[in-house]
Design a binder for this molecule. Structure first.
Ligand SMILES: [Zn+2]
Length: 337
């Protein structure tokens, strides 16, 4: 633990001066045209619900104020979206009071600002790749129920990264989604593979075969031993540190919701809110699903986007798959599974 380099940013929501927030919003191209002509995924009768899954990222960031709704919390009310608050009521009262002093107008202007709850966001460098690229982990919220999501463990399957960036912006703009939840995001766990456009890390190891699962196989392709690769070690440490209640990893191109461990119910919930069917692909040796899902017993979803996902715009991807990710945040495992 002592060799880990921590770069911590306490980010108050809606403060675009945050490097992480800025980087995330800059990375989202302002593409206004849906690329339906490129050929979308099969819909299976599922239709995207724009009101739930529209990110409106830039608008969301600009409308969220960096104030916490402490008054609402103290009053026992649900501190959620911008609303008429005690401040607003107080301001109306002042308006009707002829004895209000000359500062009343400016007080009113200040106090009638919409007040929303903020959610904590902490970005940490949890390791470095073989080629020394940082592996970033972002924790949003501080609830007891922990949901871990990661993307780009295979470098040539990077469509999940903009999806997770959109998800981060969406929950920051809608903090009520994180009631009782800590969302842990690792948008790029194989940065060298993304850079080279290859499945493997810079040493040619498949990171999704490098975990200490019971079915692990040692080889040059899977790593000569478990956790031989710094990227897999970073993921392993995040799992140990955060103890997630469930895990979602984003891949391509098998076009299904696969699962390991006690995650059949969660897979069904996600499948019901996107165009991907549930399909059990079978546990791969030393995979994250085998380790986290089977060995540790953590419900683990392998969310396989279709082959053409890499060619789609972030907005298109969010429209089709964002809702399933939101449902995964809201999901609570039932006792019976
Ligand atoms: Zn993959």
């Amino acid at each position: 633990m002592t060799d880990r380099e921590f770069v911590r940013h306490k980010v108050a929501e809606g403060r675009p001066a945050s490097g992480a927030l800025l980087a995330a919003s800059v990375s989202l191209p302002a593409v206004a045209v849906f690329l339906f002509t490129m050929g979308g995924p099969p819909t299976r009768g599922w239709v995207p619900q724009a009101q739930d899954a529209s990110p409106s990222v830039r608008e969301s960031v600009s409308t969220v104020h960096d104030k916490s709704d402490t008054d609402a919390e103290a009053a026992g009310r649900s501190p959620t979206r911008p609303s008429r608050t005690n401040h607003a009521v107080q301001a109306e009262h002042l308006t009707d009071n002829p004895t209000a002093d000359s500062n009343a107008a400016s007080d009113i202007a200040e106090k009638t600002e919409p007040v929303v709850r903020s959610v904590s966001s902490v970005e940490t460098v949890v390791g470095h790749s073989v080629e020394e690229r940082p592996i970033v982990c972002r924790r949003i919220g501080d609830g007891e129920y922990v949901v871990l999501m990661m993307a780009s463990i295979h470098g040539n399957e990077a469509a999940g990264t903009p999806l997770l960036n959109d998800l981060a912006e969406h929950v920051v703009a809608n903090p009520e989604l994180l009631d009782g939840v800590t969302l842990v995001l690792m948008p790029v766990v194989n940065p060298d593979g993304v850079e080279s456009g290859k499945r493997y890390n810079a040493r040619g190891v498949d990171l999704n075969r490098n975990f200490p699962a019971e079915n692990r196989q040692n080889s040059s392709r899977y790593g000569l031993n478990a956790l031989s690769e710094p990227e897999a070690l970073a993921i392993y440490q995040v799992i140990n540190d955060t103890l997630p209640n469930h895990i979602v990893t984003l891949h391509e191109p098998l076009q299904c919701v696969d699962y390991d461990g006690p995650a059949k119910e969660l897979a069904k919930v996600m499948s019901d809110h996107c165009p991907l069917p549930v399909k059990k692909l079978g546990s791969r040796p030393g995979s994250l699903g085998s380790y986290a899902g089977v060995t540790l017993g953590i419900p683990t979803i392998t969310f396989e986007l279709p082959r053409n996902a890499a060619g789609q715009s972030p907005k298109f991807l969010w429209r089709f798959y964002g809702e399933a990710l939101i449902k995964a945040i809201l999901y609570r495992r039932s006792e019976c599974e």
